[in-house]
Design a protein around this ligand. Sequence first.
Ligand code: 15L
Length: 277
Amino acid sequence: MTIRMKTILITGAAGDVGTHLRRELAGKYVLKVSDLRPLKKINKEEKFVRADISKFSDALRITKGVDAVVHLGGYSVEGPWDGILSANIIGCYNVFEAAHRNGVKRIIFPTSNHATGFYRRDEIIDHRVYPKPDGRYGVSKVFGEALCSLYADKYDMQMFCIRLGNVNPVPIDKRRLSIWLSPRDLAQLITIGIEHPNIRFEIVYGVSRNKRSWYDNANAHRLGYQPQDDAESYAKEVLEREKPGGDPTAEMYQGGIFTVAEEVLNPAPLPKKKRKK
Ligand code: 15L
């Protein structure tokens, strides 16, 4: 008996998280990858479909014939409202509604720690806390979570929300020691979202087994998540690099610099990768 491989649509596939995820999931699923931008590299078994998800017709086209959608597409940091509105509010609605109309039953929605960024760092929060977004971007992620809840209740879809911390091969600063998610732990969570038989509407935190975590991730563990990595292994070198001081509000809240950022292009850019000579 041959087992049919599931086809998974990954939107926003050209971004950092999408790139890590495609590498981790290669060979496990048929990957249909989409983005507004061209992909730097298209892997052998991937099918690339260019799409602007702020257009409903594009969303309908890309969600056809897939078993599940991992919806990474959109604006991934605090930024100008127009961009967030079209990519994260209109775009997110378009992808979910198009998936529903195409009979796709399962959506994995990587939301963000910035949906709850105005919780203090001395608090431990679980998946049941009410949202406390730390900016326009955070609000757009809360909107996406609310849509997930609606599509689960109204259309009986299986909606898995992962409040991502920071996906990176290694944690890059003090705040990220608490919210780091290694690419292999990311892949494990996404796989739970794709495969778990009893998902309706779930919220979990997308973080590794970090000693300094701000989250009680019991809901993820209940669904079988066993993170492999702990940011603490990098703590010494990260803290040695950390500059003292910093904005006191940003230091107090889990969302860090996002809590004080306005409509800038990216309040917390990741360090530029060193170019190979
Ligand atoms: C996010 O939500 C962003 O998508 C990501 O780029 C990081 O900035 C991350 O939050 C973070 O909080 O570090």
